[in-house]
Design a protein around this ligand. Sequence first.
Ligand SMILES: [Zn+2]
Ligand SMILES: [Zn+2]
Length: 139
Amino acid sequence: MKIEGASLQRTLKNRGYRITRQRQVVLEVLRSTNTHPDAHWIYQRVRRRMPQVSLGTIYRTLGVLKETGLIQELSYGSSFSRYDGTPENHYHIGCIRCGKVADVDLPLLRTLEKRIKPREDFKVTGHRLEFSGICGDCQ
Ligand SMILES: [Zn+2]
Ligand SMILES: [Zn+2]
């Protein structure tokens, strides 16, 4: 997916963030793959273009991009978070052997959030749905 520089700039600016080269490069790297990589993978790729960048900067940058709704963080409890350059909600399948995460082609179940029994202590703001299986490489 190609990033439109102007829209990135507007999104960041609206949230009070400056557009920096590292933010742009991190977003480009993340949107150039559909493998849902972790921060370390992103760090290795960004470093090819910005040799001075640190892993800490990558984490902070990912935090800003997530905060502004440009990317998603997929957290898995105790293991490393994976990052997704597609900001809209969609569904994933994860390999139970190697941890690979892929998108699944299923339309968003918009009514799901309305179908759960309301609880007075919760306001539903979204949902996350993930399938599990064994990927082609691991079969
Ligand atoms: Zn696998
Ligand atoms: Zn995804």
